[in-house]
Design a protein around this ligand. Structure first.
Ligand SMILES: Nc1ncnc2c1ncn2[C@@H]1O[C@H](COP(=O)(O)OP(=O)(O)O)[C@@H](O)[C@H]1O
Ligand SMILES: [Mg+2]
Length: 269
């Protein structure tokens, strides 16, 4: 019988993934898969979990997740697999990151994508989430994935920058999320418009948020985006944009957050 503490341990792998890991030879009581998933294993999981009818190939291997092109019937979709192994979160000592934490990232990405999609942010529509896997709309055509913004050849960079700022404003003002890792890598260029992706580290802005931290993240995200546009000789006032964001949405009790004693140096607000 698992103890009550274990039962409610948020880092515990789900029953589904523990069953799978046991089938794959992990020892009972050790709820971690200590190896990288192979294409074959991901395919098996994706089909068994009802996430996809076919898994074609790996498109990208990022920091903590691998991106696969999959299909639902004949329709191309993306399957993002959070890895248990080889992640930047990997602890040098232990060599792995707990499966429960990977599942939590997948679950969070699903929720944030859904909230953004509902608010009207151009982002991949989430489709399903089981364990450390999430499926979403494929931004691309046939088997050709949309390029990241850094590889796109922009004809009207001014307009594109405005679109990105407008989209991010919708994410912040209407869905109440800050992205936290917005960059030339996490914006795709498709159908003549930017698409915001990769949101597992997003922060929800609520009346309990630390607004100094939130405003720091908004500033960092926008600064990242602006820095990319310098090569097109497009420049904007960072302070002013951050002000527009903060004044477009601020939880009631946070209006005077700047007057509170700050733990961050003023320059980082
Ligand atoms: N829905 C999608 N449609 C098309 N390409 C995608 C999609 N999601 C991710 N990609 C591609 O895979 C890369 C990595 O995905 P991302 O979600 O950013 O994960 P990571 O955390 O590894 O950076 C992206 O930069 C993009 O090129
Ligand atoms: Mg990314």
């Amino acid at each position: 019988m698992p103890s009550v503490v274990e039962k409610y341990n948020p880092n515990k792998a789900s029953a589904l993934s523990r069953k799978r890991d046991l089938q794959r030879g992990a020892k009972r009581g050790r709820s971690v898969a200590i190896k990288e998933l192979t294409l074959h294993e991901v395919r098996e999981d994706a089909v068994q979990f009802g996430l996809a009818t076919e898994l074609h190939y790996q498109l990208k291997a990022g920091k903590e997740a691998s991106i696969f092109l999959a299909s639902w019937k004949s329709h191309p979709i993306i399957l993002k697999a959070y890895r248990f192994w080889h992640s930047t979160h990997t602890s040098k000592k232990k060599g792995f990151f707990a499966p429960g934490q990977m599942e939590a990232l997948a679950a969070k990405e699903y929720d944030v994508l859904l909230a953004c999609f509902k608010a009207g942010v151009p982002c991949p529509t989430p489709i399903g989430r089981v364990g450390n896997y999430i499926t979403m709309r494929f931004i691309g055509d046939g088997h050709e994935a949309a390029p990241q913004l850094r590889d796109a050849d922009l004809k009207n960079p001014e307009v594109v920058l405005d679109q990105i700022l407008d989209d991010y404003l919708v994410m912040y003002r209407d869905a109440h999320y800050v992205h936290g890792d917005l960059s030339r890598y996490n914006i795709l260029w498709w159908k003549e418009r930017p698409w915001i992706i990769d949101v597992p580290q997003a922060n929800k802005v609520t009346k309990w948020s630390d607004m100094r931290q939130i405003s720091f993240l908004i500033r960092r995200d926008i600064k990242n985006v602006l820095s990319y546009f310098k090569k097109y000789d497009v420049h904007r006032d960072l302070d002013q944009i951050v002000e527009v964001f903060l004044s477009s949405y601020m939880p009631d009790n946070q209006k005077y957050f700047r007057e509170r004693v700050s733990v961050l140096p003023r320059s980082e607000w």
